[in-house]
Design a protein around this ligand. Structure first.
Ligand code: G3I
Length: 318
């Protein structure tokens, strides 16, 4: 393990990692990286709709229970990910034809089941994941939008608040980490929701970056939400490098990781930085961005990389 958990505690922030169920249950080295370096976990996949409710009214709690159980035994927090998303929905949901009332009923059943099961143990939920179109600035016309209209976001947040009044409710988005149309669109969406009194407590900045293009103004962007009284989190950090990753690039990447953690420390309401995977072996990057590699702080053999040191430095300096 490293000094990261103690340093994160000292700063009053969480330092998290996305986990997959299988290695979390079966791989000692994987477990040791998680418990030795982080203070929270996010389920990378297993709490998504497709896995939780593969058939209507058929819930599979094996994965979520494993993650929440592991976290409980090891004193780690859990970020809940995610309630409404256009990806990884079961066919019965995405291909069903729904009236408004029916779809709101389905939403409620899912929230009651998932949020209800872990009430008090999962106190932060990504209620809305990626509401804007990939390139921004428009709203994504997902199933929820198609049936319920743009108000689906407010309805989902109100419903989630009813189900668990103590939970911190988030919108989680990517491509908003630096200034731009998409960042502004999210800010406008959020101010509109707050003006109407919609229960929204935080914004997740996913932080899927390309080496050399980590925005310089991330703290500024996050502060815009701090100013509104919202928490912010860097929820899915990784920094991918074109292969082969040279030692020099890994050193530069360490400064990028450092800069992102420093940005969080510079924002009064930034509560957590979470990296999107335990090791490069488990990263989604090579599958989704062929030709890119080495996005995470631990290598294929669970050896710490310079990026881990970058995070330590950020926490030691501030
Ligand atoms: O579970 C099946 C397995 O049975 C099958 O053998 C295997 C063969 O491809 O696929 C497995 O499912 C994969 C799943 O990850 C679990 O490993 C899916 O194909 C794959 O598409 C899925 O990718 C996930 C992706 O979300 C889906 O869009 C990534 O692991 C996960 O890191 C990624 O996470 C998202 C966040 O939730 C939201 N923000 C963006 C982020 C990156 O896309």
């Amino acid at each position: 393990g490293s000094e990261l958990p103690a340093l994160a505690d000292a700063h009053g922030i969480g330092l998290g990692v996305a986990v997959a169920v299988n290695p979390l249950v079966h791989d000692d080295d994987y477990q040791n990286v998680v418990t030795g370096n982080y203070t929270s976990v996010t389920a990378e996949n297993t709490m998504k709709w497709q896995y939780v409710q593969p058939e209507r009214y058929e819930f599979d709690w094996s994965g979520p229970d494993a993650v929440v159980g592991f976290a409980g035994r090891n004193g780690l927090d859990v970020r809940g990910h995610t309630l409404l998303w256009h990806n990884q929905q079961p066919a019965w949901l995405s291909e069903g034809s729904w009236t408004e009332a029916e779809l709101l009923g389905v939403m409620r059943e899912h929230m009651d089941a998932l949020m209800g099961r872990y009430q008090g143990r999962i106190t932060t939920w990504d209620v809305i994941n990626e509401p804007l179109v990939d390139g921004g600035p428009g709203l994504r016309e997902n199933l929820w939008y198609q049936v319920l209209g743009e108000d689906y976001i407010a309805e989902a947040l109100r419903m989630a608040h009813e189900v668990d009044p103590d939970a911190r409710l988030y919108i989680n988005e990517f491509g908003i980490e630096g200034a731009g149309d998409k960042a502004d669109a999210l800010h406008e969406l959020v101010t509109g929701l707050l003006d109407r009194g919609v229960p929204l407590h935080g914004i997740g900045f996913q932080g899927h970056f390309v080496h050399g293009a980590v925005p310089e103004d991330m703290a500024e962007q996050m502060r815009r939400y701090s100013d509104l009284g919202l928490d912010v989190t860097v929820s899915e950090l990784d920094v991918r490098i074109p292969e082969p990753a040279e030692p020099e690039q890994l050193e530069e990447q360490a400064r990028e990781y450092q800069r992102v953690v420093e940005a969080c420390l510079d924002v009064p309401t930034c509560v957590n930085v979470t990296v999107w995977g335990v090791s490069d072996h488990h990263s989604w990057i090579p599958d989704w961005f062929p030709g890119y590699t080495d996005a995470l702080p631990f290598d294929d053999s669970y050896r710490p990389k310079p990026a881990l040191g970058g995070m330590v430095q950020a926490l030691e300096r501030r």
